[in-house]
Design a protein around this ligand. Structure first.
Ligand code: KIV
Length: 266
């Protein structure tokens, strides 16, 4: 049966609007919820290393981890476009390995496209994957797999030379064949310059409204981590509070003997 999901060419055409909405996701239950409100793109991000696995960075995430979560998310989707992140060292070693690993995300995970980090240095791998028929989303700016090189999770492209490098990287991604690109943690003015310079949609996170779309990490926008509050993040709920309240009420009722009551017994 042909897929009814939003396609890469349809996403490319959204350069002319309306804005693209992307959210990360790691399981089928949330995938169904995201799709039910019409989220355009669902990203199985390697942010799963931090929000699911409790790691300090995305670096320890394996390709098998991403495939597993992509398969879970795919079962919850029919209409949203599913993008899977290529984790650290799954595309940097050589282009053949990059293609083989991208193919596993599509064949075993059910992804419609893959995302990988970096500009000029990642262009040959991107070209190889695109030539095999797999759509690739680029990712520039604060690319978390380079956190040690950056010396922390810091805004990128602040100096004139750094901004020019990112402009050149964006052009390299377009030449390599990406159908969209994430811009992470860069100044608003640079986000505008890149968005105006490239023919593919830019999807921002910490990159202002000067992009063609926006992405946030699901657990961050739901407010599941009280201790995480970077400037770019808007929390649309305080789910940590509501989850704790629900769990406390359940614990109290079990201990008091008021749950299960007759209404919840056979
Ligand atoms: O891994 C991830 O969740 C991401 C987004 C923040 C863009 O790459």
């Amino acid at each position: 049966m042909a897929s009814k999901a939003l396609t890469a060419p349809e996403i490319l055409a959204r350069k002319r609007g309306p804005k693209l909405v992307m959210v990360t996701c790691y399981d089928a239950t949330f995938a169904k919820l995201l799709e039910s409100v019409g989220i355009d793109l669902v990203l199985v991000g390697d942010s799963l290393g931090m929000v699911i696995q409790g790691q300090q960075s995305t670096l320890p995430v394996s390709l098998d981890d991403v495939i597993y979560h992509t398969r879970c998310v795919a079962r919850g989707l029919t209409a949203s476009h599913l993008v899977a992140d290529m984790p650290f060292l799954s595309y940097q070693v050589n282009d053949d390995e990059a293609l083989r690993n991208a193919g596993r995300l599509v064949v075993e995970g059910g992804a419609h496209a893959v995302k990988l980090e970096g500009g000029e240095r990642s262009a040959p791998a991107i070209r190889r994957i695109v030539d095999a028929g797999i759509p690739v989303m680029g990712h520039l700016g604060l690319t978390p797999q380079s956190v040690h090189q950056f010396g922390g999770f810091k805004v990128q492209g602040r100096s004139d030379s750094a901004a020019e490098r990112l402009m050149a990287d964006a052009r390299c991604l377009v030449e390599a064949g990406v159908y969209s690109m994430v811009l992470e943690s860069i100044p608003a003015e640079l986000a505008l310059r890149i968005t105006q310079a490239v023919p593919v949609p830019t999807i921002g996170i910490g990159a202002s409204s000067n992009c063609d779309g926006q992405v946030l990490v699901l657990y961050d926008l739901l407010g599941l981590d009280d201790g995480f509050a970077p400037t770019f993040l808007k929390k649309y709920d305080r789910l940590s509070v509501r989850v704790r309240d629900a769990l406390s009420a359940y614990s109290r009722e079990v201990r008091e003997g008021t749950f299960p009551d007759d209404a919840h017994s056979f």
